[in-house]
Write a protein that binds this ligand. Structure first.
Ligand code: SF4
Length: 252
């Protein structure tokens, strides 16, 4: 048996590692998949504060506990994903020949191509049966119900009766709560259509050139999914909001 944990750095998967450590549960590999925005220039698709926390704080601590921690990356990045040309016509729309563009709600190809694929490739190298720990808390009944229907996947949070609130407290106890929680409830790619204004603000502040390039993607011609958020604001509207905040700050 190879026991593995897919680690996002969020409170639930981090608390699962802490539980494995506290209770001497078997844990052979901890896998973090870093989605890249721009591989060539080393720009991560992870929130910059979060990936710093992963690399510089949490990973070294877990390694000091004796765990193997792998940070995996796909061979492609978000910019490749955006620019890939659609070769087959799709149901109800003929986008053949256009660039794919921004990820779509509910069916995120970034997740499939840039997150799950490197993990699957890693698991193919393990010549053993794999048991995966997943970060589902004891009070997430619906998610647990569907987990119970799957083989080879278990939740240590359920086993030790840890609720979402307790998982957060466990991370705080070990000073392992990602800094993203100070301004956002979600983790994940900063270019995600689910990302919130606070996350955009951080990217604009930390990587102003990358932010400019990103908002410029809405002007690229011949793109199938050419709106960052089909149900919400465009990147230009988000940027204008951030600029007016900056003006107000300067005045105060
Ligand atoms: S965070 Fe968003 S963009 Fe990234 S993989 Fe998940 S759904 Fe896709």
């Amino acid at each position: 048996m190879h026991y593995s944990l897919s680690w996002s750095g969020g409170k639930d998967s981090t608390a699962s590692i802490i539980l494995a450590h506290e209770h001497q549960e078997p844990l052979d590999s901890i896998i973090f998949v870093e989605v890249m925005y721009d591989l060539k220039n080393g720009i991560s698709g992870e929130n910059p504060n979060h990936i710093k926390f992963i690399r510089e704080k949490a990973k070294p601590l877990f390694e000091s506990w004796g765990y193997r921690v792998e940070i995996l990356r796909a061979t492609r990045d978000f910019l490749d994903f955006f620019s890939r040309v659609i070769e087959k016509p799709r149901k109800h729309m003929d986008h053949k020949g256009k660039k794919f563009g921004f990820p779509t709600y509910g069916r995120c190809g970034v997740k499939r191509d840039l997150k799950l694929k490197p993990m699957d490739d890693f698991y193919k190298t393990i010549d053993d049966e794999i048991i995966q720990y997943v970060g589902i808390c004891a009070d997430e009944r619906r998610r647990l119900d569907s987990l119970h229907k799957q083989n080879n996947r278990i939740s240590l949070l359920e086993k030790y009766n840890i609720t979402e609130k307790m998982a957060k407290e466990k991370c705080e106890e070990y000073e392992l709560l990602s800094p993203v929680y100070s301004y956002s409830k979600r983790g994940g790619c900063w270019f995600c259509p689910n990302a919130k204004l606070a996350e955009h603000r951080e990217i604009k502040r930390i990587f102003p050139d990358v932010w400019e390039q990103f908002i410029g993607l809405e002007n690229v011609p011949n793109v199938a999914n050419n709106k960052f958020n089909v149900f919400g604001k465009s990147l230009y509207e988000i940027n204008r909001e951030l600029e007016s905040e900056e003006v107000k700050l300067c005045r105060n």
